[in-house]
Each structure stands twice: as structure tokens, then as C-alpha cells.
Design a protein around this ligand. Sequence first.
Ligand code: ADP
Ligand code: MG
Length: 514
Amino acid sequence: MFILSEDSQRTQGRDAQSSNIMAGKAVAESVRTTLGPRGMDKMLVSSSGDVVITNDGATILNKMDIEHPAAQMIVEVAETQEDEVGDGTTTAAVLAGNLLGEAEDLLDQDVHATTIVEGYHEAARIALEAIDEQVVGSDVDDDVLKQVAESSMTGKGTGGLTAEALAETVVSAIRHVDGEDGVARDNVNVHTEVGASSNATEMIEGIVVDEEPAHDEMPTTVEDADISILDVELGVRTGDVDAEYSIESIDQLNTALDAEESELRGYAQTVADSGVDVLFTTDSVDDRVASFLANEDVLVFDDLNNTDARKIASATGAARVGALDDLADSEFGHADRIRTESYGGEDLVFVEGGAAAEAVTIFVRGGTDHVVDELERTIGDALDVVATALDSGEVVPGAGATEIAIADRVRSEAAGVEGRKQLAVTAFADALDIVPRTLAANTGQDPIDVLVDLRAAHESEGRAGLITDGESVEIADPIEHGVVDPADVKREAIESATEAATMIARIDDVIAAE
Ligand code: ADP
Ligand code: MG
């Protein structure tokens, strides 16, 4: 009796497990070489020829065209990691792959998948406790935040900038949006602009929008600016009905033109009289109105898109005005400075230090698209980790030290676990070794030797990581070398990797429709 269509493919039992595990491991393996300060980059070329050069695990996995459903689950591990904490994506994917590898060995030894799953969950619980113990101090000050930012940047493209300078920018941006309700991460914008060297990257206290002044003769910089956002057209009113004028003499024509002219002049006068310095309108402004306002030194941007209008309103506290007659200073917003600058033929407007300027913008420069794009990802990660660290106030040692400590703890608690589950708990600890081993391999060291040395140093000194500092690589205390990661990044990596690995290991039947 057939219950499946003839075309569907079915794999069962060990074969199904093996093929899923292999696929999951293969994906994790593909990002392994990018881990850590000496991690290599990958060049991804899409079918349409677009090139992305990156070191970011989540970006690599996202751009790879992965079809295998089990492999896809590892991609999701990286995505979850990115969404939840913004960093540690490679770590999470590599860990998931190694948990699968260890599971495979256990299955070969006839340990049942359910036992493995239970053992892994037990081990993950112990691991989370171990992370709590690794949390250092309680004071997450600017220095620690800078270290967190720098640690997240190592191995990534920072263009011609030093990680230190970039870390400083990132920390001041996050500090700027840190309020009573925690870090308003969304108020930090990143604006990229190809052209100058990345050294020109800077933080702007305010926002940057892509808009052009309505007239060439308008001021390019306005200090201490009163700002209004108008949703009205400033042009000759065209009636609803098609009216036809028959003009029979030059005089009549002149009268008609005069009437039009004075209507426009009236609009411009209303604007000028209101005392507004910078006017943004979501509708169009007639050239004659613009020219008149240019004479009055009013800076006008017309045909504003709605997103920009909203951004400007929230950054400056300006109300949206729906009728010209309502233009009054009670509705004005304020900025310390508004300036327009031209970049490669495009005009950009910088709205700085607004009355309600809660937003900041990191204005990223770089010589090429690739540099700028990777810089944007690097900054994005750094912003996320600094926000995460500041929100939770918890950091742990990086450079593999936390993983060594967790593995040690899981291994010693394994002894108390009954039956075959104990094998799975120990296997989980072995899987954790992948992080220091990979950091070692990526710095050209022997992974086994390093592992042995790290364990010995952990035993005697307490904290031991494989620190890369410029050209040198040594085993030392990561805290003393400023290599720290937010505790939440480690927690999330353990949780999402365990979840994916156990989910994949539990599958013993794959039914695929053709
Ligand atoms: P992920 O995508 O997992 O964040 P990364 O390539 O960013 O991968 O590498 C992160 C790892 O590199 C973390 O374990 C972090 O502690 C470690 N790391 C960061 N800076 C250093 C350093 N100077 N020396 C050694 N390890 C470092
Ligand atoms: Mg990272």
C-alpha cells in the first residue's frame, strides 16, 4: 500500500540522521575559518554577479544559497543570534555544528537520540550557570564598553580606521541614546557614503537625510535654526474645474500674471514673516517662491519623502503643519545647526543638536562600496554588543576563556549524571572546545597543544584565553588584555546552538515531496 506519492523521497533511521547531521556540520564548517581576530574573509558572488566581502557569520550564511532543510536550521541559529544579541553568529553556528558532530559519534556508539537530547539539555543548563560565574565585576563603564566594542571588531574590516577609534565612536553613540528606559538602540542611525577615506567616519549628534535645497542661492548652513515641516503646496492654486481664460490684450495678460505673482509672493511673505529659518515641505514649492525665500535667507527643502519628514519631526520636535496660516513659532522645532553638503553630486542635509535630538548618526565614509558595506556591518555588530552589554551590565572574558571554563564545569558535573546521558553531557563539553580550538587554528597554532595549555592555565590561574594582540599570540587573562564579550552573547549562542542540534538529532525520518 502506498500512502506517499510516487515522486516523494523518503530517508529513514540512521541514514536520515546521518545526512542531516552531515549537512548541518558542513554549514558550520563553512564559517569556521572566519572566527576570531585572525579569521579570514569570504567573498560571496551572487548569481547576478554582486560581490560581498565579509567576515560576518550571519551575512555569509544568509548570502549562501542553502537548500538542505537541516543546513537551513544552522543558518537560522546564526539569524536568531544576530536578531537577539547582534554578535556571536559564527560562534553559535560553529558550536551547533560541533554538537552535531559529537551527537553523530554517540549515535554510532548506540546511544539513543532521546538520551543525547536529554544530555545536551542538561549540559546547556550547567553551561548557563557556568556563564553566570564568569561574569566579571559589576561596573560596566566606558572603558569596558570600548573593550566590548573592540573585541567584536577584531578580524573585521574597519577600513583604514583603528578599532580603537571606531570603538570610541560606537560607545559615545550608544551612551547618547542611553536613557532611563535603557538603550534606545533604534535611535542610532548609520549612514554610509562612499568617497572619502574611512578616517572621515564621524558621529553626528542628529540625523542625516538625503534632500536637496529648493534653490541654489539658499544658505548652506543655518545656525540655531527654527524649523517647520509643512504639508502644503506653495504654488499657484489650480482650480478643480478646468477654467479657461480668454485674454484679449497685453494688459489683461499682465494683470493675470501680476495676480499670480502676488499670490506666490503672499505665500513667500507668510513664510518669511513667520520667522522660520528652515522649512521642510512634503509638497512642491514653486521656483518663484523658492527664489523669493532665498532672498530672505530662508532655507527650504521641498518634496520631502515621508520617512525623512518623520525623522526630522522627531529629531527637532517640529510639529507637522497642515495649513500655511498655521505656521507659527509655537509649532517650530529646533536644531543647533542645519547644513547641506554635497557628496558625489548628491546633497545631504545634516540636522544637528535638535531640541529633541535623541538620535545620533554614525556617518561612515570609505573608499569603495565594499569597504563601506563591511564597515557598516562591523559598526552594526559593535553597536549591538555595546547596547547588550550596557543593558544587562554583564560581560565575560573572551578569547575562548569562557568556553574553557564552561567546558570544565560541564565535564566535572557530568560525573553526577546517571546512565548514558552522562556520555552526552561530556560530549557537550567536548563540543565547546571548538571555540578555543578554532581560535588557535585560525592563528596558525596547533589546536591540541593550545587546548592542553589553556586547560592547564585555567586550572592554575583561573582565567585563560588565547589572546591575539597585533602579531603576538599568547595565553593570558583576557580581562587584563581587554578582550571581553557580553554575557548575553555567550548565553544566546549556547541556547540557540543546543536547540538546533537537538532538533536535528531527533529527526529520524525525512519525507520530501518532489
Ligand atoms: P562571532 O561571529 O562569533 O562574533 P568573531 O569572528 O567576531 O565571531 O569572533 C569572536 C571571538 O573572537 C570571541 O570569542 C572573542 O572573544 C574573540 N576575540 C575577540 N578579540 C580577540 C583577541 N584580541 N584575541 C583573541 N580572541 C579574541
Ligand atoms: Mg563577532
